[in-house]
Each structure stands twice: as structure tokens, then as C-alpha cells.
Design a binder for this molecule. Structure first.
Ligand SMILES: Cc1cc2nc3c(=O)[nH]c(=O)nc-3n(C[C@H](O)[C@H](O)[C@H](O)COP(=O)(O)OP(=O)(O)OC[C@H]3O[C@@H](n4cnc5c(N)ncnc54)[C@H](O)[C@@H]3O)c2cc1C
Length: 563
């Protein structure tokens, strides 16, 4: 790990167990058949990758082709365009970065890195204004000021939104337009990154990738680059029911684990309390019902009409942090032996619902529910990975020349639970910092070594079974026995190997690597904290106030400096 700033001294670390054993160092794939070069290769085209590419290109100057942005399928297939609620930033006269910091630390329950949270909250407003200047059209009041909403866990109105509940789509649109217009950025779609290439001294020197292309750059090839930025988004697809799109298969985390980069806080997966319930057994990406609806007055009830959240459960009731709401729903469902509760938004009134939440209305109506007159059936679904590839305040990982930003990264801002609408903001703030770091410290070109070490490949059929066992034993609620059963099931799935490389097999192998690492740390953390709920250890323990970090040496525990 490169040096952390003095403001956040890392206390002594303790080795708590050996690394989760997948034995994988690279994916089984054909030898690269072609090579291209760039100064910087950015992997992923959501808010983080697009922002990193723009800032890197600006930092490195106008030379054509200095930044190569590669993305697995189409440019807007990631989570970013699905974001509804908005981007949090302390802009209101009664708000301040300090207040935003306090709310973020509270949601993170003692695991955040306060220095990273300070960066997020203090630099956020400037990054948001830059995005508006770039052309993102956010909703405004009649006065012309940005319209600010409130969401769960925020003590002030500070959520900037666009098109009512279509914020992510507007952020994605504006950034893609800027990237396409930038002469120094080359964008390649249908380019699935496989593994990190390294120089003889171990630094990142590019990636191997599979491109569905035309001409010479088709099939498996290599990008030789002086720095690699991972911006591959989340890992929601390790669960059977998630709000994440199909591309969110945790590829960047799996790549980092294979490359020996440190990964932290993987056990803290946030389950969104209110995904639209589409019926028993529905799997894959589920439509999200934004908590902005609860911010505007909607509330949760069970099938008997009884409120799910009450002030004695949490002072913010329906606006409590997501883990509190998900747990309250889960308890109620268990008590009543049901599989969904309801969101009652009817009191918001027809015109407000239609104007403020046009997307949600569209998705509900497509499922045969009219939120203007009917209760909306909802249930928790995997939503956000608070952990990921560990970085310092400049986006650097423990592998020199390898950076990470956005949901794939663990900057330390989310701790044990992400505060709503802090993730788009994190993508904006820390990706911009990577650009600045590259300006100062772009490594010299180095010749990559041939990829080596044990290669692995699992059969694509692993994916469906993996989601099922993960949701069953490592989902909203976990215990020693449920995690042991999940680990056994994952061991069984590891036997299903394949010798036929291709995108589905590569994704299945990555999902298995991430799930195995996640179950290992969730087993170690014998307490309930934030998004990690252990039935057999229902309380938070001061001894576990810190991060579990998966390193090549094993899983270490680092006490946190957070209040
Ligand atoms: C339904 C929904 C609603 C949300 N609402 C909000 C909200 O209101 N506010 C908020 O702050 N956050 C919200 N979030 C979270 C937020 O959208 C994400 O955390 C954020 O967009 C992640 O951005 P990213 O750039 O890191 O990843 P993404 O936007 O997911 O982009 C990842 C990119 O990496 C690519 N990729 C993945 N693997 C590979 C590979 N192997 N090779 C090449 N490319 C690869 C993907 O195709 C994609 O282009 C929401 C998320 C969802 C799913």
C-alpha cells in the first residue's frame, strides 16, 4: 500500500487468516493476438471511468490517443445510467461539508476513513458544478438555484437530481458527450478486460482484453500502458436479486485479487430496501424504487397496513439509513412469513408523482401497478458494494501504476454502509484526483511480462447457482452456519471447470472469485455492523471497529480511525 496521509494514521494491523484460496492468478484465455498502446488505459465507462478519462486526458495534454477508454459492452451499460435519486453535495445555505461529513460517518458506523470522507464532502460541490458546466442539466427551482431533495440518512436537503428521477442517465449522457468530443480519448466498446499486465518490477503495464471488433483488433489482445485505471463498477450480480445491471459482475475486484492488489470491506454489501417486487423467484436486475419517494413522504407498510418503520425503531423512521430499513423489512417479512412489503406513495398526489418520478411510474406501470392509486410491492435486493479495491486518497492501489475509482474501489468513504447518493459523488471526486495524480506521477513506459501463474476458468452455468447460494447464505442476513454452507457450495462450484474461454465463462469465474473472497471476510467478521448483519452476533463489537483487508499475505484487520 502506498503511503496514507498523516491525517489518517493506520493503526497496527493484525493477520486474522490466510487468503481465501481460489489459487487463480489469471483467467484461461488465448495468447494476445494483437497489441495497442496508450499512456493510460481506463477500464469502464460509468461516472468513474468517464470522469477519470476526461481528467487524465486534460492532465496529460492534447496528444491524440493518450487515453484509451475500454468498456465491456455499450458505453452506457453500467450502473450509472440507472441512478435515480441523485448526487449528494452540501450546497444549501443551511448545509456544510462538515454536516455532510457527519452524516456520512454516521452511516459508515465507525469504519469510514475520515480523511477520505473529508475529501468527498469538501471537493464534491466543485465537482458537481463542473459537471453542470460540462452540460449536465440538473433540475432547478424557479429562482434558477439547483433543486435539492432529501434522502435517507441525510440531515439536510442536498440531493441534486435531473429529469426528476433520471439523474444517472443525464450524468452519463453529459460525460459520454464530453468524452466523445475529447481529441485525446479513444473509446472502444465491446472490450472485456481480462487481466492486468505487469512489468518486471511488478508495476501495472497494461491489460489483456477480449474485443469484439473489426480488422486487426479483434479477439484477445493486449493494451500496453503506463498506468491502468479500474472503473468497472459493482458486483451485484453475485446475488440472484439485485438492482445492478448484468455487466456488474465484479470483474475489477476479481482482476485485482488475481493481481494481488489489496481489497477491503467486501462484506459490506448494501441491500436496497425497496426494489420493485416482481413475484416469487424473479432474478437478475430488479427495478429500483428510489428512497427519494420516502424523502417526499411515501412510507412502508406491511400487508396488514401496519407501518414498518416507526420513530422508536429509528428517529428518522422511513428515512433511516438503508441497513436499518432493510433489516426492519426483513424482520417484518419473517414475522409475517411473507416475501414483500408495500410502499404507500398515494398521499404525494398524482401530479407530484408523475412529475417527480416519471421513471418509477413507468416501471411500476409496466409491472401492472399504478403508484398514484395503488400500493407498490417492494423487497430488499443487493444494491451497492461499499468495499472494493483499496485505494489511497489519490486513487492508487497497492500495485504501483494501478488505480481504482467508483464502485469498484474502496476509498474508505462508505465504511460499513454507503450514505445514499454518495456514490456518484465519489465517482466524480476521486476520479478527478486520479487525473491530478497522473499529471504528477505518470510512470515511465515499461515492457510488460508475459502473463504467468495458474490460469483458471469455470463453466458459465456456475453463475445462476452462485447467485442463488449467495442470496440464501450471504445476503441480507448471515450466520456462521449459513456462511459455512455458502462456502461449501462455492467449493463445489469451483469443480465445474471449463476449457472453452469466452465472455460468459470469464464472468462466471470472476463472480466466483469475488463471492469466495466476500464469504471469507463475512465469516471472519463476528458482529453486526452497517450492512453486515450476523444473526449469531446481533450486536456491534468495538473489537471489530475497522476494516478486513484481503492481501496476498492473508486477511488482515485494521482498526479504524473513524469516530
Ligand atoms: C438502480 C440504481 C440506482 C442508483 N441510484 C443512485 C443514486 O441515486 N445516487 C448515487 O450516488 N448512486 C446511485 N446508485 C449507485 C451508482 O449508480 C453506482 O455506484 C455508480 O454509478 C457506479 O459508477 P461506476 O462508474 O463505478 O460504475 P458503472 O457505472 O457500473 O460502470 C462500470 C463500467 O465498467 C464496465 N466494465 C465492467 N467490467 C468490465 C470489464 N471486465 N472490462 C471492461 N469494462 C468493464 C461496465 O460495462 C461499465 O461500463 C444506483 C445504482 C443502481 C444500480
Amino acid at each position: 500500500m502506498q503511503a496514507r496521509p498523516a491525517s489518517n494514521p493506520v493503526p497496527d494491523t493484525v493477520l486474522v487468516s490466510s487468503p481465501p484460496d481460489t489459487g487463480r492468478r489469471r483467467l484461461l484465455a488465448p495468447e494476445p493476438g494483437w497489441v495497442t498502446t496508450a499512456d493510460v488505459v481506463v477500464v469502464g465507462s460509468g461516472v468513474a471511468g468517464l470522469t477519470a478519462a476526461l481528467h487524465a486526458a486534460t492532465a496529460l495534454g492534447p496528444r491524440r490517443g493518450s487515453v484509451l477508454l475500454v468498456t465491456k459492452v455499450l458505453v452506457d451499460d453500467g450502473s450509472t445510467r440507472w441512478a435515480q435519486g441523485g448526487v449528494a453535495a452540501a450546497l444549501a445555505p443551511d448545509d456544510s461539508p462538515e454536516q455532510h461529513l457527519r452524516d456520512t460517518l454516521e452511516a459508515g458506523v465507525g469504519v469510514c476513513d475520515p480523511a477520505a470522507v473529508r475529501v468527498l464532502c469538501s471537493e464534491g460541490p466543485a465537482r458537481l458544478r463542473e459537471l453542470a458546466a460540462l452540460g449536465a442539466s440538473f433540475d432547478r427551482e424557479r429562482s434558477g438555484e439547483l433543486s435539492l431533495a432529501r434522502e435517507g440518512g441525510h440531515s439536510r436537503d442536498r440531493i441534486v437530481h435531473a429529469g426528476g428521477d433520471a439523474t444517472g442517465a443525464e450524468v452519463q449522457r453529459a460525460l459520454v458527450a464530453a468524452v466523445r468530443a475529447h481529441p485525446a480519448i479513444r473509446l472502444v466498446e465491446h472490450a472485456l478486460v481480462l487481466d492486468l499486465l505487469r512489468s518486471t518490477d511488478g508495476a501495472a503495464a497494461g491489460v489483456t482484453l477480449h474485443v469484439l471488433g473489426a480488422g486487426t483488433q479483434d479477439g484477445v489482445g493486449a493494451v500496453h500502458a503506463r498506468a491502468v485505471v479500474l472503473a468497472t463498477g459493482g458486483m451485484g450480480q453475485i446475488f440472484s436479486s439485485t438492482t445492478n445491471p448484468p455487466v456488474a459482475t465484479g470483474d475489477g475486484i476479481a482482476l485485482a485479487l488475481r493481481a494481488g492488489a489489496d481489497v477491503a470491506d467486501l462484506e459490506f454489501v448494501q441491500f436496497h430496501p425497496t426494489a420493485l417486487y416482481l413475484g416469487p423467484g424473479s432474478s437478475g436486475q430488479q427495478p429500483l424504487i428510489s428512497e427519494a419517494m420516502r424523502g417526499e413522504g411515501a412510507f412502508l407498510v406491511d400487508a396488514a397496513g401496519r407501518r414498518v418503520l416507526t420513530p422508536d425503531l429509528h428517529p428518522l423512521a422511513d428515512l433511516a439509513p438503508r441497513d436499518v430499513v432493510s433489516k426492519a423489512i426483513y424482520e417484518r417479512l419473517r414475522e409475517r412469513d411473507e416475501d414483500h412489503v408495500f410502499l404507500d406513495a398515494r398521499s404525494l398526489g398524482q401530479s407530484h408523482i408523475l412529475n417527480r418520478f416519471p421513471n418509477i411510474v413507468g416501471r411500476c406501470r409496466a409491472a401492472g401497478i399504478d403508484p398514484v392509486t395503488q400500493l407498490i410491492p417492494v423487497a430488499p435486493a443487493a444494491h451497492y458494494a461499499s468495499g472494493g479495491v483499496r485505494t489511497d486518497l489519490h486513487g492508487r492501489t497497492s500495485v504501483p501504476g494501478l488505480y481504482a475509482c467508483g464502485e469498484v474501489a474502496c476509498t474508505g468513504v462508505h465504511g460499513a454502509n454507503r450514505l445514499a447518493s454518495n456514490s456518484l459523488l465519489e465517482g466524480l471526486v476521486f476520479s478527478a484526483r486520479i487525473g491530478r495524480d497522473l499529471e504528477q506521477a505518470l510512470p515511465p513506459p515499461a515492457e510488460p511480462e508475459r502473463p504467468a501463474g495458474p490460469a483458471a476458468l469455470l463453466h458459465p452455468s456456475v453463475r445462476e447457482e452462485l447467485g442463488r447460494v449467495m442470496s440464501l447464505g450471504a445476503g441480507v442476513v448471515r450466520s456462521k452456519s449459513s456462511l459455512a454452507a455458502t462456502a461449501d457450495a462455492l467449493d463445489g462450484l469451483a469443480e465445474r471447470t471449463s476449457d472453452a474461454p469466452g465472455p460468459a465463462a470469464w464472468e462466471a469465474t470472476g463472480l466466483h472469485t469475488v463471492a469466495t473472497a466476500m464469504v471469507a471476510v463475512a465469516t471472519r467478521r463476528e458482529e453486526t455492523r452497517g450492512a453486515h448483519w450476523r444473526e449469531d452476533h446481533p450486536d456491534a463489537s468495538p473489537a471489530w471497529r475497522g476494516s478486513l483487508v484481503t492481501t496476498t499475505a492473508g486477511i488482515t484487520f485494521e482498526p479504524s480511525g473513524a469516530p
